[in-house]
Design a binder for this molecule. Structure first.
Ligand SMILES: NC(=O)c1ccc[n+]([C@@H]2O[C@H](COP(=O)([O-])OP(=O)(O)OC[C@H]3O[C@@H](n4cnc5c(N)ncnc54)[C@H](OP(=O)(O)O)[C@@H]3O)[C@@H](O)[C@H]2O)c1
Length: 320
């Protein structure tokens, strides 16, 4: 027998993250709703909503009355590569808080490379007073792969700073002041006009390993920064780290900023830690903040229980 849709229980399963702030945020906005934190699951049939990050394989399929899966992050690769996922909507995070955090991180990295912050830090450590030649933002071509919620917001800020910005997505995206490229045919011309490549793609079967030597070799080599730079905050699975290390050593790339890695935490033995002109952050570009995101999930549950459809639902065939 199917449960009533009202006040169904919530299951929280946060994988490697601390579940306590998520449970506290849910209980704060939903005091009347039963909330369970995996592995505490006395009655799987009571669960209507699962709020998850990297749930154990098979957990979601064991919930017979599940109405929706809420991903605790914007990316859903932690779900869509799982076998046997139940056929219920997967709702992903779209929030102004997360978007602003990502725009801050990408802008910081673009400016770090554009304004030669790493070279100045090396000079400071050597007590060297030397002004470096500084191109204008208008001389630097930024290309953003992935013009979704995050890519579009980042593009607008970079346009405002005066960079020449282009975006590449499956379907060309219209953003004022941004040159649009789309699909497989659009990739090479997009790369050929790009000095700083920003990757905000989701990890899917199509995008896995896209940031590799053949792509790096197609980036512009006549830019004002003396060589192309890559910035990846999408997912580690998008990049081939051995190729990044080789490209930095051979001068195919002049620098990189990486927030995500094939293996996280990045192993201490990775040559990326000591690679030249590289910024490494520990998957910290845009954290999911429970107190910002849980109220949005609650609104979605309330809308669903009032008979309206979920929004920000993942296209399972496209995997994002
Ligand atoms: N490092 C962090 O802290 C952090 C935090 C949050 C998110 N992220 C990552 O950021 C990613 C993007 O988030 P979002 O909210 O902007 O996602 P989104 O709104 O779903 O946008 C995804 C974009 O990628 C494009 N795309 C997907 N597959 C493609 C392909 N095969 N070829 C070309 N373009 C393709 C889409 O094209 P269309 O526009 O044509 O659909 C869309 O423009 C997430 O999936 C996650 O992995 C990282």
């Amino acid at each position: 027998m199917r449960q009533s849709t009202t006040k169904g229980a919530i299951l929280i399963a946060t994988g490697p993250w601390d579940p306590a702030p998520w449970a506290a945020a849910v209980r704060a906005v939903e005091p009347d709703r039963p909330v369970f934190v995996w592995p505490d699951l006395p009655d799987p049939a009571a669960i209507r909503y699962a709020l998850v990050w990297g749930p154990p394989e098979g957990l979601l399929a064991s919930l017979p009355n599940l109405a929706a899966i809420f991903s605790l992050g914007a990316g859903v690769d932690h779900l869509v590569f799982q076998e046997g996922l139940p056929e219920v909507p997967i709702v992903r995070v779209v929030s102004s808080d997360l978007t602003r955090r990502m725009t801050e991180w990408v802008t910081l990295q673009v400016l770090t490379h554009h304004r030669q912050a790493l070279a100045y830090a090396r000079q400071q450590a050597a007590r060297t007073w030397k002004e470096l030649a500084q191109p204008q933002a208008a001389d630097v071509r930024v290309g953003i792969m992935g013009m979704g919620v995050l890519g579009r917001d980042t593009a607008q800020v970079l346009v405002r700073l005066g960079f020449r910005v282009a975006g590449w997505s499956r379907r060309p995206t219209t953003v004022a002041g941004v040159e649009a490229f789309g699909g497989t045919d659009g990739l090479d011309p997009f790369l050929a006009r790009t000095d700083i490549l920003v990757c905000l793609l989701p990890l899917t079967a199509e995008t896995r390993g896209i940031l590799a030597m053949p792509l790096f070799a197609k980036l512009a080599r006549d830019g004002a920064l003396g060589g192309p730079v890559i910035i990846n905050a999408g997912r580690g699975g998008l990049q081939v780290e051995a190729d990044i290390v080789m490209a930095l050593a051979d001068g195919v790339l002049a620098g990189a900023s990486l927030d995500v890695f094939e293996e996280e935490p990045l192993p201490a033995a990775s040559p990326l830690w000591a690679a030249p002109n590289v910024v490494i952050t520990p998957h910290a570009a845009a954290v999911s903040a429970p107190k910002e995101l849980v109220p949005l999930m609650r609104e979605q549950m309330a809308a669903y229980e009032a008979g309206r459809p979920f929004t920000n639902v993942v296209d399972r065939a496209a995997m994002y």
